[in-house]
Design a protein around this ligand. Sequence first.
Ligand SMILES: Nc1ncnc2c1ncn2[C@@H]1O[C@H](COP(=O)(O)OP(=O)(O)OP(=O)(O)O)[C@@H](O)[C@H]1O
Ligand SMILES: Nc1ncnc2c1ncn2[C@@H]1O[C@H](COP(=O)(O)OP(=O)(O)OP(=O)(O)O)[C@@H](O)[C@H]1O
Ligand SMILES: [Mg+2]
Ligand SMILES: [Mg+2]
Lengths: 225, 225
Amino acid sequence: VIQTYGLRKTYVMGDQEIHAVDGIDMSIKYGEYVALMGPSGSGKSTFMNLIGALDTPTAGDYFIAGQLISTMSDDELAHIRNKEIGFVFQTFNLLPRLTALQNVELPLIYAGLSPEQRLEKARHALQQVDLTPRMYHKPSELSGGQRQRVAIARALAGDPSIILADEPTGNLDSATSNEIMGVIDVLHRQGNTIILVTHEPDIAVYAHRVVHLRDGKVEKDESIK
Amino acid sequence: VIQTYGLRKTYVMGDQEIHAVDGIDMSIKYGEYVALMGPSGSGKSTFMNLIGALDTPTAGDYFIAGQLISTMSDDELAHIRNKEIGFVFQTFNLLPRLTALQNVELPLIYAGLSPEQRLEKARHALQQVDLTPRMYHKPSELSGGQRQRVAIARALAGDPSIILADEPTGNLDSATSNEIMGVIDVLHRQGNTIILVTHEPDIAVYAHRVVHLRDGKVEKDESIK
Ligand SMILES: Nc1ncnc2c1ncn2[C@@H]1O[C@H](COP(=O)(O)OP(=O)(O)OP(=O)(O)O)[C@@H](O)[C@H]1O
Ligand SMILES: Nc1ncnc2c1ncn2[C@@H]1O[C@H](COP(=O)(O)OP(=O)(O)OP(=O)(O)O)[C@@H](O)[C@H]1O
Ligand SMILES: [Mg+2]
Ligand SMILES: [Mg+2]
C-alpha cells in the first residue's frame, strides 16, 4: 500500500545541506505492522511526514495505494490525509484553543460526518484512551500523557486504514502504554496497516517487522514474527 | 534542601474540583537523587512546577534551602528559578524564534554573565548533549529528540545546584538516553540535588530513591541504593 523509490528530503541551511531522508526505497504491504527505529535525528519523523503526505520530498517517488502522490489533486491529498491516514504526531500538534473533544473531532469534519456522528466517534475514541473525564479540558489543562492520548484518539477516531504513529507512548506509563498498544493491536488484526516510530524495544516487539534508519537511510530491515 | 508540608494544587473547572496535587509532605536532602514516578495524570509535573517555584500552591508550605517560598521577593524567586534550579520541561518549552544556542543562553542572561561567558557555557552544554552541529537551528528545524536535548542543555548550562527534570529522555533512543543519564550522574556526584520524573524503570534505576505518586498523593517512597 506504501511504496517509495529513492525518496529524499534535503534541507539547505546557509552553505550546508542536511540530508534528513537520504534515498529510501521502502515497500509496505496492506495490513503490515512495521516498527521504525533509529537514533535521534536519523530521519524517522521526516520520513513519516513524507509518507503521510504532510510534506513533499526533494526527490524520489512515493506511491500510496498504487497512486503516485505527486500527481494527486489537492482534494485527493486532503482525502488521503484525513480519511485514509491517521497520524499521531511526536509533539502532538493539538490546537490550544479547542477542547480535547473538539481536537479529536477535527479530522471527522473533513470526512463529512454529521455532528451527531462526529460526537459519537470522538467520544468513543477518547474512551478508548481512557480520557472521558478530561474531554472538555484544553491542552494546557492536561498532563503530558493526557495530551499524547488526545493525539492518539484524534488519529484513530475516523477509522483510518493506515495508522502512522510517531512515538505514541513516549509520555505514557507502562500500564497506559500497554493499553494503547492493545488498541493498536486490535486495529491491526482488523486488517489495517500500522507504521510506528519508537525508541523503545518493548514497544517495537508488538510489530511484525522492524526497519532501522541511520543518517536518513535504511540500515536494517527484519521480520520479527 | 526541599521541604513540603501539605502541598496542594487544585483546579476548579465549572462545578468540578481537580486535586492535581492533593496534600504532599516531602523532604529532599541536599545531594539526593530522587526519581518521581506514577501514572499519567497523577500530579508529577504539577508537583515539579510547584517545587521549581514556577507555580504557586493552592495550600500548604514549601521551603527551599530553609526559606519559605511564599515569603520570597520577586528578585529572590527569579534568582531561585534561574540560578539555583535547572528545569527540563516535559514539553521542552523552547522559544521558537531563537536558535538552540540562544535558547540555552537564556537563563544565563539572568545569571548576569558576560556575553563571552554565556556563549562558552552554552556551547559547552550543547556539546555535552551532542548537539554542536545543530546549534544554529531553530526548534522547528530540529528533531523531537534534538529539541529535548536543547531543553536539557538549557537546564544544565548555568551549573544549577538543583536539577528538576520532567521526563528528560522520553524522546531519546537508548544510546542517547544513557549518555544523558551519564551526564546527570556526574552532576549528582559533584554534590548536586537531582529530581527526575520518569515513566521508565530503566531510567529510575539511576536514582537512589523512588517516590511514587497516585492521584496527587505519595503512594510509596523507597530507597533503592
Ligand atoms: N490547568 C489545568 N486545569 C485543570 N486540570 C489540570 C490543569 N493542569 C493539569 N490538570 C490536571 O491535573 C492532573 C495532574 O496533571 P500533571 O500534569 O501533574 O500529571 P502528570 O503526573 O505529570 O502526568 P503525565 O505523566 O501524563 O505527564 C491531570 O489529571 C490534569 O488533567
Ligand atoms: N526544517 C529543518 N531544517 C533543517 N534541518 C532539519 C529540519 N527539520 C529536520 N531537520 C534535521 O533533519 C534530521 C532528521 O530529523 P527527524 O525529525 O526526521 O529525526 P528523527 O529520526 O525523527 O529524530 P528523533 O528520534 O529525535 O525524533 C535532524 O538532524 C534534524 O536536525
Ligand atoms: Mg522524530
Ligand atoms: Mg507530566
